[in-house]
Design a protein. Structure first.
Length: 249
């Protein structure tokens, strides 16, 4: 079997199972683990999968730039937004990050609800202009042009002075072994600070981001209180996450 055929098969297995192990692939492809490891490294360098210790994982399916992400999974985000709002009660302090799923949720907040929203996201702050009873605290810092949000030392220091009742966390990738991870280092540091300073974490994630991994660590998966997806928990097997103590909605 030539290299191109092997690599295509590796990508097929990763797409199907979300993760593969070196020893499994070595047996399936009838080549050494070193050969499989080299193939995985080449595919990882091309951004087609993520090499991890002992194997490979599916990469998060989301595009990098905010404008592109806004047009992905729009209908799924509407379902996620409706579920997420069930966790919001009047007079809460809500911390919202720069994800497009979190924006969809915030856009649907009742206009007569009294609430304080703290965010580093320009789109989130903008959509709340028409909500007269919601106080918006915008966190300053350096503009991340890919996410239309603020990042950096000042942003993190401000977050550390807040104890939000609940955090809406837009998630790039979640895996029980590798945790919650992101594709952008600075954005991941902001999400990490939000997790550390909030009493209750609601992760908003389309189901295709589950069992995927990216380069920058945010937190352990079991630090999430809830994962909200577009999927019906009764119809999709997410028992591993439930067994880890995470509520699935």
């Amino acid at each position: 079997m030539i290299k191109a055929e092997r690599q295509n098969l590796i990508l097929e297995y990763v797409a199907k199972d979300k993760k593969v192990l070196l020893d499994q692939l070595s047996e399936i492809l009838n080549v050494s683990e070193d050969t499989v490891r080299r193939d995985i490294k080449e595919l990882s360098d091309q951004g087609l999968l993520r090499a991890v210790r002992g194997g490979a994982m599916h990469r998060s399916p989301i595009p990098m730039h905010y404008r592109d992400r806004q047009n992905v999974d729009v209908e799924h985000k509407k379902i996620i937004a409706a579920k997420a709002l069930e966790f919001i009660k009047p007079n809460m302090v809500l911390l919202v990050d720069s994800g497009t799923s979190t924006l969809a949720a915030v856009a649907n907040l009742p206009k007569d609800m009294q609430l304080t929203v703290v965010t580093n996201s320009f789109p989130v702050a903008s959509v709340l202009e028409d909500h007269p009873k919601i106080e918006v605290l915008f966190i300053g810092g350096r503009l991340n042009k890919s996410s239309f949000s603020t990042t950096g030392y000042e942003t993190i220091q401000t977050l550390r002075s807040i104890r939000a009742d609940i955090c809406f966390l837009g998630v790039c990738s979640i895996d029980l072994n590798y945790g919650v991870t992101g594709v952008d280092y600075e954005d991941s540091q902001i999400k990490k600070a939000m997790v550390e300073t909030s009493k209750y974490i609601v992760a908003l994630s389309t189901s295709d981001k589950l069992n995927t991994s990216e380069s920058f660590y945010i937190c352990a998966a079991n630090l999430l209180n809830v994962i909200v997806t577009e999927a019906d928990p009764k119809l999709v097997n997410l028992s591993d996450y439930s067994n880890a103590g995470i509520e699935i909605r």
